[in-house]
Design a binder for this molecule. Sequence first.
Ligand code: 6GU
Length: 226
Amino acid sequence: MKIDILTLFPESFAPFRESIISRAQKAGTIEINITNIRDFSRDKHKKCDDAPFGGGAGMLMSVQPIYDAVKSVLTKNSKVIFPTPAGKVYTSKIAQNLAKQEHLIFICGHYEGIDERLIQLFDAEELSIGDYVLTGGEIPAMVIVDSLLRFVPGVLSEGSLSEESFSNGLLEYPQYTRPQVFEGLAVPEVLVSGNHAEIAKWRKQASIEKTKKNRPDLLKGGEHED
Ligand code: 6GU
């Protein structure tokens, strides 16, 4: 999987030099390239913003530098993503589908956004990471890339995905490690019983309870009713 990220702030992607994502890049499982949109500005001052037609507060990102930056990385197998609070809400399901793509191009918007024609021209998918507004598309792009890469084969160790939150429509069950008693709180007895069938039963029930408490909306379908 190849990912191109187009941004006015390439330095914001420093976190990708760390940890699992960096390891996957070194192993060649994934390739991430960051491109500075400003390098594509044909303006003599490298200007990348402009006032919106029709008036209103703030500036938009100019169409030309982004258009040329996308063109410089676009192939016939590219899928273009535009993170925006006006997008469809991003979910684990969408992450799993994006993970199957050969090449993703992220356009990171700033200021009040980008010219709508860019979305049309590249058939860009608009994705929001939740119902709140951030100052730019860099953090959302990082959130989307990090979460989808976890579904690319070879990025995580075998089995890491099977029991985590959302993998079965429920939140993950509570986990415990040593010591067995901490500040007077004991680990649930069943988890130290060695009885794997009972442990599996307890975890399923604890998952349902956690989901009821924190995300009752996920239970609406009724398939996990007890
Ligand atoms: Cl994708 N972008 C921005 N700027 N704000 C957001 C968002 C995206 N998703 C939620 N808030």
